[in-house]
Design a protein around this ligand. Structure first.
Ligand code: F6R
Length: 241
């Protein structure tokens, strides 16, 4: 794992943009895994500004709220439309997204898993980090799942997403659909961004802690190609920082 302590969030985002843009230029048919959240907003703005050619790229987002149609303003799909998809020349048919409102959740998850496999797997997976160590909606707990699955969201995760639902955690859907740890760990390369003091404990557990289902991100330690960009605040808990 390569860990870089960046000056601040803007610096980390700029470095992440260089990596993603470089990957897309080197491999125009890149299969890219993407997160939502506050962390990647500046990264997406930088990628939009870089005027890259997305015509042959394919994207698969990590997760979506269960029960929400894509057009719901609180959905992750709406977030991605606003911050990236509507601003670049990525063909809509190349956008992979879990349908939160699918009647058959298990079928939807299996279909998504198959679509990623048929695309050849993820070449580059960009990740954010939950303050509780979650990846996508893979929440800490007694077990983790390898496959794409439906999951109950922790109260802290609902609270962290409340701003998309009028600031009220009770309005945030209680469940989500998410890539499992299998697809995450099969990505050929992983780029994780974690900034802000709220992520310091999770960053320390991810890098220096034991492998444990209590910190899903700790499993990145077994991946051969992880680049982790943190700012000083998020890196403050590291022994060698
Ligand atoms: C969302 C996702 C989540 C976020 C994490 C951090 O698609 O994958 O795991 O990356 O909750 O969220 P922010 O960036 O808002 O702190």
């Amino acid at each position: 794992m390569t860990v870089t302590i960046c000056a601040d969030h803007a610096d980390a985002s700029a470095r992440a943009a260089v990596i993603v843009a470089g990957a897309l230029r080197a491999q125009p048919a890149l299969v890219l895994g993407l997160p939502t959240g506050r962390t990647p907003v500046a990264l997406y703005a930088a990628l939009v500004g870089a005027r890259l050619d997305w015509a042959r790229a394919r994207t698969f987002n990590l997760d979506e709220f269960a029960g929400l149609p894509a057009r719901d303003p609180g959905s992750f799909r709406a977030f991605m439309d606003e911050h990236l998809f509507w601003r670049v020349n990525l063909p809509p048919a190349h956008i992979g997204f879990l349908h939160g409102d699918a009647a058959d959740e298990a079928g939807e998850c299996a279909c998504y898993e198959r679509a990623i496999d048929e695309a050849g797997g993820l070449d580059l997976l960009v990740l954010g980090l939950g303050a509780n160590g979650h990846i996508g909606f893979n929440e800490p707990g007694p077990e983790l799942r390898a496959g794409t699955h439906a999951v109950g969201l922790h109260a802290s995760t609902r609270a962290a997403n409340a701003d998309r639902f009028g600031g009220d955690p009770a309005r945030v859907p209680a469940r989500g659909l998410t890539l499992g740890m299998g697809q995450v760990l099969r990505a050929r390369r992983i780029l994780m961004l974690a900034t802000g003091a709220a992520k310091a404990d999770a960053v320390a557990a991810l890098i220096e802690g034991p492998l444990t289902t209590r910190c899903p991100a700790s499993w990145l330690q077994v991946h051969p190609e992880v680049t982790l960009l943190v700012d000083r605040a998020a890196g403050a808990g590291l022994r060698d920082a």
